[in-house]
Design a protein around this ligand. Structure first.
Ligand code: DAH
Length: 347
């Protein structure tokens, strides 16, 4: 029996020291120390021993068990350390490999121009506000003095949501005038950039979605001179001190009097011709239309609870894409929306 135990000890220790992974080690533990293991099998025979032999064998058996258990623990620790080392080696980071270049984008050219315009107006004391793109017809039209039956309310021009034409995608940022005057009392100075929607086919100068920037100033004694001053300041800052503007009479239902502002064509300097050819930038007009503006109609002020006898104001609305095209010399509106990086990278 002593030899049996010694044999088990030697075999077990050798096998455990040679074990390649934790599973193999566990199998060895079961094989030697388990309930049906080899050591247990020997111990079961202890009953057959004489009373003198029993404690001696018991002592030896205990030593063998202790030796196996100790070796098992050591082998476990050793395997775990080996596994950790292998894992670390596999996951090692080579800090000398050059990094992957992160390609950084930049602001969209249209947003660059928007930021520029906002900055100029903020500098003149305007508050920049945001409003809903899904709008009520009462704000988009009626309260702006655009009556039922006006051509701009036509279903062929406007995206409506319901049968009674009371909810729509705003066709202009002008409803922001009403929304702002509902919540603010004069003196007020507001700028409202945003998306607008019209049923237009896309071409070089049209898109069913585009951006406008609305402006509104209301106070006592506001005149057309203030309007001209603010807009001329904007244009000279955007297009250069030497740019030439003109104001032309026009009609808008929500302003009276109304005007449009044009800029002299920067390409042909107002002549309409370049090298004997019709100027491609202004189509021979000599002028580029930039925006609509005017003195806020008394009805519109009244619709917002502002006394037109006491207060007056001016308003304007410009197309952001048009401003950006002029500012950055972009010749096709669709380029602004296509998001082709070959185009965007040029700015
Ligand atoms: N909302 C007008 C349009 O979309 C532009 C406009 C004209 C806005 C005159 C104004 C304004 O505020 O006073 O054509």
């Amino acid at each position: 029996m002593k030899q049996q135990l010694e044999k088990i000890r030697q075999e077990a220790l050798a096998a455990m020291e040679a074990a390649a992974d934790p599973q193999e080690l566990e199998a060895l533990r079961v094989r030697y120390l388990g309930k049906k293991g080899e050591l247990t099998a020997v111990l079961k025979q202890m009953g057959k021993l004489s009373a003198e032999e029993r404690p001696v064998m018991g002592q030896i058996a205990n030593n063998v068990r202790a030796a196996i258990e100790q070796t098992l623990e050591q082998a476990k620790t050793h395997l775990a350390a080996k596994a950790m080392e292998a894992k670390l080696r596999a996951e090692a980071v080579d800090v000398t490999i050059p990094g992957k270049e992160v390609s950084l984008g930049h602001q969209h050219p249209m947003n660059m121009v928007l930021q520029e315009i906002k900055g100029i107006f903020v500098g003149m004391g305007y508050q920049v506000v945001d409003g809903p793109e899904v709008e009520l017809a009462s704000y988009n039209f009626t309260r702006l003095n655009i009556e039922e039956g006006h051509p701009s309310r036509d279903r062929s021009d406007t995206f409506y949501f319901n049968d009674d034409d009371s909810v729509l995608l705003r066709t202009q940022t002008s409803p922001m005038q009403i929304r702002f005057m509902e919540n603010h009392k004069p003196p007020l100075c507001m700028l409202a950039p945003g998306r607008v929607f019209r049923k237009d086919e896309a071409d070089a100068t049209h898109s069913p979605m585009f951006h406008q920037i609305e402006g509104l100033v209301v106070d006592e004694h506001i005149t057309m001179g203030d309007l001209k001053g603010a807009l001329t300041t904007l244009m000279k800052r955007i297009y250069g001190e030497d740019s030439v503007m003109r104001f032309r009479p026009h009609h808008f239902p929500f302003t009276e009097p109304s005007c449009e502002m044009d800029m002299q064509c920067h390409k042909c300097h107002g002549t309409g011709e370049v090298d004997g050819q019709v100027c491609s930038t202004c189509h021979g007009e000599g002028w580029i239309e930039l925006l609509g503006a005017g003195m806020v109609h008394p009805y519109v002020l009244e619709n917002c609870g502002i006394d037109p006898e006491k207060y007056s104001g001016f308003a304007f609305g410009m197309g952001l894409e048009r401003m950006a095209m002029g500012r950055l010399r972009i010749n096709d509106l669709r380029l602004i929306f296509d998001n082709d990086v070959r185009f965007l990278n040029q700015f």
